[in-house]
Design a protein around this ligand. Structure first.
Ligand code: ATP
Ligand code: MG
Length: 256
């Protein structure tokens, strides 16, 4: 950006509507070259992974949920056994690196083992190219057109300080998502929207995530199709579990 443009930009009037973190997340997903490595955290079921899978997906999208007992090999290469013989096949990180344009979603990276974490730090290096040695003796090079989306359930600043610093220096933006993604709200029938938004922000055990609404809609479709014979109250009891009474009350108030 030249000096004139920069001056115009920094003196420019503030946008009418400030960006909230959902909009920043979407913007980052749509602009992988500007935001090659991003961290996105929020309560379970708020829609982090779904957005990473569905917003402006490149041709190759790889998604892996990390667990303590996984090693770097699960990320880079996996052993496949066919007809009694085993051979190495590419793991999700390798497939993403080999593709021309790709997105690699690392769900729950903060829960990964120390070995996977250090392999991931190398993967998240912003240097133009990094080369990785694979267990079969070959190497793979990370090009520039890979976007990595790290998801977690904790704000980045509440992570263990060593991990926090390692991730914060490699991942921008580092977001905390509240409530529901605007597209998910729009997807819900209008009469559910206000209640869905409000119970998604409820504290502690009273919080109701999107999965419950997805379940409710699935049952509603089955009722409509005549496959399932139950009342709306029954469907809500099944979908919302321990929070059913309060959600039903809120929905009834909304309809009145
Ligand atoms: N924009 C959307 N439109 C419609 N449905 C959505 C949308 N976003 C999420 N959902 C629904 O909500 C469910 C939960 O979303 P998702 O798996 O992305 O949550 P998450 O934040 O990754 O949760 P966790 O922290 O448990 O991994 C999805 O399976 C999907 O059915
Ligand atoms: Mg997820």
């Amino acid at each position: 950006m030249d000096d004139m443009k920069l001056e115009e930009w920094t003196n420019g009037a503030p946008p009418a509507e400030a960006l909230d973190d959902w909009r920043v997340y979407e913007l980052a997903l749509r602009n992988p070259d500007t935001f090659p490595c991003i961290y996105v955290a929020g309560a379970p079921g708020c829609g982090k992974t779904y957005s990473a899978l569905h917003v402006a997906p490149p041709k190759v999208v790889e998604c892996v949920t990390l667990q303590q007992d996984m090693g770097p090999r699960d990320l880079f290469m996996q052993q496949s056994v066919e007809a009694g013989t085993s051979r190495w096949i590419d793991g999700p990180a390798t497939r993403a690196m080999k593709a021309e344009r790709s997105r690699l979603i690392l769900n729950e990276l903060p829960n990964a083992s120390a070995d996977v974490l250090s392999a991931s730090y190398a993967l998240l290096e912003s240097s133009e190219t990094s080369t990785f040695a694979l267990p079969d003796g070959s190497t793979v090079t990370k090009g520039g057109a890979l976007q990595i989306v790290v998801t977690g359930n904790q704000r980045i600043d509440t992570l263990d300080p060593i991990m926090r610093d390692a991730l914060a220096s490699r991942l921008t933006p580092a977001l905390w998502l509240e409530g529901l993604p605007p597209e998910a709200v729009a997807w819900l029938p209008a009469i559910f929207r206000n209640v869905a938004r409000s119970v998604a922000m409820a504290p502690g055990d009273a919080r109701v995530d999107l999965r419950a609404w997805v379940q409710l809609m699935r049952i509603a479709d089955a009722i409509d199709a005549g496959d399932v014979d139950m009342t709306f109250h029954d469907a809500a009891r099944i979908a919302f579990g321990r929070n059913a009474a309060s959600v039903i009350e809120a929905l009834e108030t909304e309809v009145d």
